[in-house]
Ligand binder design. Structure first.
Ligand code: KG4
Ligand code: ZN
Length: 345
């Protein structure tokens, strides 16, 4: 089955063609970072308009890459949520229309299920059941995954998402949006031990996260060390380092706890923050100590992309699921509400 995937939930237009027999046949990604840079974050209306400009040309490009015509495509998957309403509607309207024109089934995919299943695109894939740590710009969740669509959220952030915290700390340090990769790069030059920031919510039981106190702690430290509007470059690097270590240490503690509580041995990380090298290193060590294994997607499938949507949609379409003729945009959408499917991957 050949499925066209369309991702337009935020500031990336991602298109891909996934073939259930042959794997990925083509993909393209357009990032709107430059468009939003001067505002320091995503402007929803600008995002929607840019998706309108880019989606169809990218679909054409990907179909050319794969050397296929509309009549070769057996299904369409688009991100139906969660995300920005206007941006989602663009992908939904285009996906639904192409489905009608080509007379093929269409399915609205949950963006976080896309992230969660992205590690299954790799040759070395995790086997069910596993614990997934989903860490993106909008979500921080620990999920037990018994199979596709059998998800239970066992912990989540009570305030900011991890990626959001990275982005806000980047702003405090004068770094561009999206801040995660910039904070990580600056942190490499940081002096270990100069600052130690709190590991939020780790000294009480439970699997929830909170990053807003840590963010305030960073802000106070930045202000304390700013004189005449300037923050010394080395101090900025030391702060970035301490912040990243605090986030990583917090996640290691929660993931270890989740594995212990559930008696599972496989940990999967996905979403933009799973691109973080320190997070991968430390979770890898923890998993090894727990006689378990860590899995993550290749870097380009950590952040938003069309491949994960084409793949998740293909699995659901092959299981016989499809939408009615509606165009669906669900800015908020509970991951646990998805229907399970039974099939081997
Ligand atoms: O999954 P994603 O592309 O979009 C959402 O679904 O939100 O995640 C984007 C988030 C941003 O907050 C970005 O700063 C963060 O992932 N991010 C990182 C890194 N690369 C991206 N955070 C920490 N370290 C990184 N290397
Ligand atoms: Zn995402």
């Amino acid at each position: 089955m050949l499925v066209l995937g369309i991702e337009t939930s935020c500031d990336e237009t991602g298109i891909a063609l996934y073939d259930s027999e042959l794997g990925l046949r083509g993909e393209a990604l357009y990032s709107q970072i430059k468009l939003h840079a001067e505002y320091g974050g995503v402007v929803p209306e600008l995002a929607s308009r840019d998706h309108i400009r880019k989606t169809l040309p990218l679909i054409r490009e990907v179909m050319n890459q794969a050397g296929c015509k509309g009549s070769d495509i057996n299904g369409v998957a688009y991100t139906a949520g969660p995300g920005l309403a206007g941006a989602l509607l663009v992908g939904g309207a285009i996906g639904r229309s192409l489905g009608m024109a080509w007379d093929v089934p269409v399915i609205g995919v949950h963006h976080m299920e896309g992230h969660l299943l992205a590690p299954l695109l790799e040759d070395k894939k995790p086997r069910f059941p596993f614990i997934a740590l989903l860490v993106s710009g909008g979500h921080t969740q620990l999920v037990t995954v018994e199979g596709i669509g059998s998800y239970k959220v066992i912990g989540e952030s009570v305030d900011d998402a991890a990626g959001e915290a990275f982005d806000k700390v980047a702003k405090m340090l004068g770094l561009p949006y999206p801040g995660g990769p910039h904070v990580a790069k600056l942190a490499e030059k940081g002096t270990p031990g100069r600052f130690t920031f709190p590991r939020p919510m780790t000294n009480r039981p439970g699997l929830d996260f909170s990053f807003s106190g840590l963010k305030t702690y960073v802000l106070n430290t930045v202000m304390e060390h700013t004189s005449e509007g300037m923050l010394n470059e080395q101090t900025a690097a030391d702060i970035a380092h301490a912040f990243q270590e605090a986030v990583v240490a917090t996640m290691v503690i929660k993931c270890r706890r989740a594995l212990e509580h559930t008696q599972m041995q496989t940990l999967v990380i996905a979403g933009g923050v799973s691109a973080n090298t320190r997070l991968r290193e430390e979770l890898g060590k923890m998993a090894e100590q727990a006689h378990g294994q860590l899995y993550y997607p290749e870097l380009k499938y950590c952040t938003d992309n069309g491949a994960m949507i084409a793949f998740a949609g293909c699995l659901r379409l092959m299981a016989g699921q499809q939408d009615d003729l509606g165009i669906y945009a669900r800015p908020r959408w509970d991951l646990e509400s998805l229907p399970p499917i039974t099939m081997s991957v």
